[in-house]
Write a protein that binds this ligand. Structure first.
Ligand code: FMN
Length: 321
């Protein structure tokens, strides 16, 4: 399937692995790139040495394009971090809080594409005005930090605003080929998937994460400030319920996040190496599509399955005409 996204990135399928902090490490990202999508390392929770080692592992495992997502890098240290990402051979750099002009210029000088995560139409317009090469329209259904506007209304409005200038990629709540077909119907050029890819053997997950995803239905996520201080969609639990009742006890970002790490309820950074996880209070980010996930599927197989399901969904629509 050829879209403006596959052409821009030189990939086979319009499927992007979300750069999930704590989860999208080299095993998962390389498997998605090798399968013809594009894998993005979630570097938000990595220290410098880990990010370098992860990028070296990507180079070793695949000669296909891959990317790095930094999420919250501060403008000061973003330049140095992005230089290392460029030097390591990434094809795309992903930011979420806006990417400064000088960073975009550095990337473009090195033929690295710049991607921005957007939850509102004006975020997308600002990103494209600043020179970003593609935008991800992420609806509130998404796992992790998220906005208030849902994917169905957000994607076509962002397509209308910037789709004549750059490819638009849909994110939030997409877990199968019906979702991919729907995103294409909304005018998107591809999809950016998080939660569905966590339920793979290659994902880097903390204790209990897979069980929490497989056990949750579509109503069991909630947007909570309890883990980072910013609205984050997670599997609802005792801790999110407590802070729903006691919002006055929440600290702002990043103090609340430090409190969660120190308090032993946020193991995304330490991942599978830390056995001290209590699933009743742990931070398990997940999107509303979680209810449709009932098995772990190897990431490469998942990409092939998504594309076959997309073809079937599009054929079904064609038969209705
Ligand atoms: C565990 C987890 C961690 C995430 N970390 C990041 C991140 O570091 N940077 C980022 O841009 N988005 C992050 N996100 C959001 C994803 O990039 C993506 O937009 C979202 O997962 C899409 O929705 P879905 O989960 O319904 O597929 C994260 C999501 C999850 C579930």
């Amino acid at each position: 399937m050829q879209t403006r996204l596959t052409e821009l990135l030189g990939i086979e399928h319009p499927v992007m692995l979300a750069g999930m902090g704590g989860v999208s490490y080299h095993r998962l990202a390389a498997a998605v790139s090798a399968a013809g999508g594009i894998g993005t390392l979630g570097a938000a929770t990595m220290d410098a040495a880990t990010m370098d080692a992860e990028m070296a592992a990507m180079r070793q495992l695949t000669d296909k394009p891959w990317g790095v997502d930094l999420l919250t890098a501060m403008p000061g240290d973003m330049t140095a971090q992005v230089q290392r990402i460029i030097d390591a051979g990434a094809r795309i750099f992903v930011g979420a809080l806006g990417v400064p002009h000088e960073v975009i210029a550095m990337c473009h000088d090195a033929d690295v594409l710049v991607v921005n995560m957007c939850g509102r139409v004006h975020h997308a317009v600002q990103a494209v005005d600043a020179g970003c090469d593609l935008v991800v329209a992420q609806g509130t259904e998404a796992g992790g930090h998220t906005g208030r506007v849902a994917t169905l209304p957000l994607v076509p409005q962002i397509v209308d605003a910037v789709g004549d200038r750059v490819p638009v990629v849909a994110a939030g709540g997409i877990v199968d080929g019906r979702g991919v077909a729907a995103a294409l119907a909304l005018g998107a050029d591809g999809v950016w998937l998080g939660t569905r890819f966590i339920a793979t053997p290659e994902a880097r997950v903390s204790f209990g994460y897979h069980d929490a995803l497989l056990g949750a239905d579509e109503s069991q996520t909630t947007v909570s400030r309890s883990y980072s201080g910013k609205p984050m969609r997670v599997v609802a639990n005792e801790r999110t319920a407590y802070f729903d009742r006691h919002p006055e006890e929440l600290a702002p970002f990043p103090e609340q996040m430090m409190a969660s790490i120190v308090g032993g309820v946020l193991h995304l950074p330490t991942g599978p190496d830390d056995p001290n996880v209590d699933p009743a209070t742990e931070c398990y980010p997940a999107g509303q599509g979680v209810g449709a996930i009932d098995e772990l599927v190897p990431a490469g197989e998942l990409v092939a399955r998504l594309m076959a399901e997309t073809e079937a969904a599009l054929a079904r629509i064609d038969r209705l005409r």
